[in-house]
Design a protein around this ligand. Structure first.
Ligand code: DAH
Length: 363
């Protein structure tokens, strides 16, 4: 507690008080310099800045001073308080940094440790087959003037369904078994078609074309050709007076480019709410060459590229005027492509995390 003798003149009192503030700051600085743990810092804060601390005691004594002096000293004391607090916060950040650095040093892991084969040769890391195929496709699309866009894995109802012309309670929602979040508003995207909407909103003015590759998630019964997590690449091309003939020609060129040879294809009508008309594009199974296997479910054909002319409602949701523009969209199944390319007959291998499996594709 600080007491003032009543007989001291006000200006002497003020000088004394300023002196006290100065001394307080100096002792605080010393204490802070010596404090080298979070506990010590907490102590220093309580001692100097706490409710019963040194600064509070000085402020209390201010109450006994005449108005004029009180104002001047009050301002100085407040400035001091802010200054001390800032220094204290900086000191705590320094201590935190030191403790994080220490932990990082203690828990250091050599992530460069290389796997070796039996002969002791270092095995260079390689890309996963899905990544290899995705990158090749991206190169093809880039050469055809497409942009490559991205979208979030956690989506909302609007981008995954409503904006794609699948309104709430529409039976088409049941076509895709969905992992919903508890709020029933968010979900793990069931297809990359969500990127159609995000892409249109981003591009704003046609003509444009883009693809959007990525993981998709479905609550599926898992078998040789179904996984709960798989990969798609969405494509969209919007312009003026685009026709189904344009779509078919484009898909043909694309598939020949992907497989590096003429592949046999067939087109069937297919229902997808976001396209009208919609198609299923199948290619002759490259694993069994048509005789029937697990991958093509004995049919000799593999569904590879569902596609169609973009529905006007979808254009509207993407902010595009359907009276002025139109176009097409398609969804490539990347895992299927990988299976066709490498002759893999079980999709589950792709996500098995089995190094011996993945190693075979490393380039
Ligand atoms: N999103 C559909 C699915 O995952 C695939 C699809 C169908 C994409 C037709 C398209 C399309 O762009 O036009 O089942």
């Amino acid at each position: 507690m600080v007491h003032f003798a009543a007989r001291l003149k006000p200006h002497t009192l003020v000088r004394m008080m300023f002196e006290k503030l100065k001394v307080l700051e100096e002792t605080f600085n010393c204490a802070l310099r010596d404090g080298d743990s979070e506990a010590e810092l907490a102590n220093i804060k309580a001692q100097f800045l706490g409710r019963k601390g040194k600064l509070a005691a000085i402020l209390k004594a201010l109450g006994q001073m005449p108005m004029e002096e009180r104002r001047e000293l009050g301002r100085a004391a407040n400035d001091l308080k802010n200054r001390l607090l800032r220094k204290w916060v900086d000191a705590r950040a320094d201590i935190e940094k030191i403790s994080i650095d220490k932990k990082l040093k203690e828990n250091w892991i050599d992530i460069s440790l290389r796997e070796r084969d039996r002969a002791g040769r270092v095995w260079e890391a390689g890309l996963h087959p899905v990544t290899i195929v995705q990158r090749e496709l991206e190169d093809i699309f880039l050469s055809m003037g497409f942009d490559i866009l991205d979208g979030p894995h956690i989506e909302d109802d609007f981008h995954n369904f409503t904006a794609l012309n699948i309104p709430e309670s529409h039976p088409a929602r049941d076509m895709q078994d969905t992992f919903w979040f508890k709020d029933l508003k968010h979900l793990l995207r069931t297809h990359t078609s969500t990127i159609q909407i995000r892409g249109m909103k981003q591009k704003i003015k046609p003509p444009f074309r883009f693809v959007g590759p990525g993981k998709v998630f479905r609550c599926e019964a898992i078998d040789a050709s179904h996984e709960a997590v798989f990969h798609q690449m969405e494509g969209m091309l919007i312009g003026r007076s685009i026709t189904v003939a344009n779509l078919i020609y484009f898909e043909k060129v694309l598939l020949n480019e992907i497989f590096g040879k003429e592949v046999e294809i067939r087109l069937r009508p297919g229902f997808f709410p976001f396209v009208e008309p919609g198609f299923e594009l199948d290619i002759a199974c490259l694993i069994c060459h048509g005789s029937g296997c697990r991958v093509c479910k004995g049919s000799g054909w593999v569904e590879l590229l569902p596609c169609g002319m973009t529905h006007p409602n979808v254009l509207k949701h993407g902010g595009i005027d359907p009276d002025e523009y139109n176009g097409f969209a398609f969804g490539l199944g990347l895992d299927r492509l990988v299976m066709m390319r490498y002759g893999i007959d079980d999709v589950r291998l792709i996500h098995s995390g089995n190094i011996d499996f993945s190693k075979q594709f490393a380039v």
